[in-house]
Design a binder for this molecule. Structure first.
Ligand code: C2E
Ligand code: MG
Ligand code: MG
Ligand code: MG
Length: 289
């Protein structure tokens, strides 16, 4: 990828506010046709039961292969899509594509799909979910929707209705990035989640001396158990982090220590080979910098 394509997208100027606003506008423009140009794809990261090391599901993660800039992270383009009103189209595509892919996997593997706040509140989500399930033949309990605390910032009555409708359809609900919002406990009271995903920020320093994060993780696990919910720890990279997470009773792990996100073909190849277990592998321990 070139450093500059002559349209003000120079990486050199990317710290400059004006340049970054311009780059954002250029990306927004490109994002409008990205789907029809086949630049968007899904990759799948294993969710692993951390006592047995067995894959129980995967999370679908979006990737954008930009023709000039190369791969662009969803943490960059999803917020742009959200602002530009494009996230609904991208999100619907991801939902349909993930269901289509997952319906062909062996062993009733579960697939988790991220749902953005605007997708959640625009009212069409139940229809899209029902249609994606019907078209693909995937059973509802194999589909998990990952929702962030952002969905609660809008109309709370409408959110409660949406949760009830989705539960009636039979899909599973996961609360993503738990602990990063403003009133996480309030959300747990009002919504029927099956799973809490503990945000990576809690894991990142949990093994370092003096960190309070392991106490917080233990409390989240106790809370989830009392409410009948599963827990998944995100972003585990080191073997000592995995050991700690296991000791704290977290049931599932998603992280590079097990696997990065895989293409659909690579995932299928591994499962068809019967490789449902993954041996953890990674640097032994995180050191304080
Ligand atoms: P998320 O839903 O919290 O997804 C987990 C993120 O953690 C992914 O980043 C994943 O690649 C990353 N991750 C997993 N294991 C590790 C690890 O061991 N170390 C580190 N450093 N990172 C790890 P990714 O793929 O860049 O996605 C970022 C965010 O973009 C996602 O966070 C999600 O909020 C959003 N996103 C991705 N795909 C979609 C989508 O299809 N729709 C919507 N609405 N949002 C999406
Ligand atoms: Mg997620
Ligand atoms: Mg997350
Ligand atoms: Mg996140």
């Amino acid at each position: 990828a070139s450093k500059s394509d002559g349209r003000g997208r120079s990486k050199f100027f990317s710290t400059d506010l004006l340049a970054s606003a311009e780059r954002k506008r250029a990306l927004e423009e490109d994002l409008r046709d990205a789907l029809v140009r086949n630049e968007i794809r899904l990759v799948y990261q294993p969710l692993v039961h951390c006592q047995s090391n067995r894959i129980t599901g995967v999370e679908a993660l979006m990737r954008w292969d930009h023709p000039n800039e190369g791969p662009i992270s969803p943490s960059v383009f999803i917020p742009i899509a959200e602002e530009a009103g494009l996230v609904g189209r991208l999100g619907d595509w991801a939902l349909r594509k993930a269901c289509e892919d997952a319906a062909r996997w062996p062993g009733n593997l579960r697939v988790a799909v991220n749902v953005s706040p605007s997708q959640f509140s625009d009212g069409t989500l139940p229809h899209t979910v029902v249609s994606a399930l019907a078209t693909s033949g995937l059973s509802a309990d194999q589909l998990e929707l990952e929702i962030t605390e952002g969905v609660f910032l809008g109309d709370t009555a409408a959110a409660a209705n949406m949760f009830a409708t989705l539960k009636k359809i039979g899909v599973r609900l996961a609360l993503d990035d738990f602990g990063t919002g403003y009133s996480s406990l309030g959300y747990l009271r009002s919504a029927p989640f099956d799973k809490i995903k503990i945000d990576q920020t809690f894991v990142r320093e949990a093994t370092l001396p003096g960190s309070r994060n392991s106490a917080i993780i233990a409390a989240i696990v106790a809370l989830a158990e009392a409410l009948g919910m599963d827990t998944t720890a995100e972003g585990i990279e080191y073997l000592d982090q995995l050991a700690l997470i296991r000791r704290l009773g977290v049931s599932h792990v998603q992280g590079w220590v097990y696997s990065k996100a895989l293409s659909c073909e690579d995932l299928v190849a591994r499962l068809e080979d019967g490789k449902w277990a993954i041996e953890p592998n990674g640097p032994a321990m995180q050191r304080s910098s």
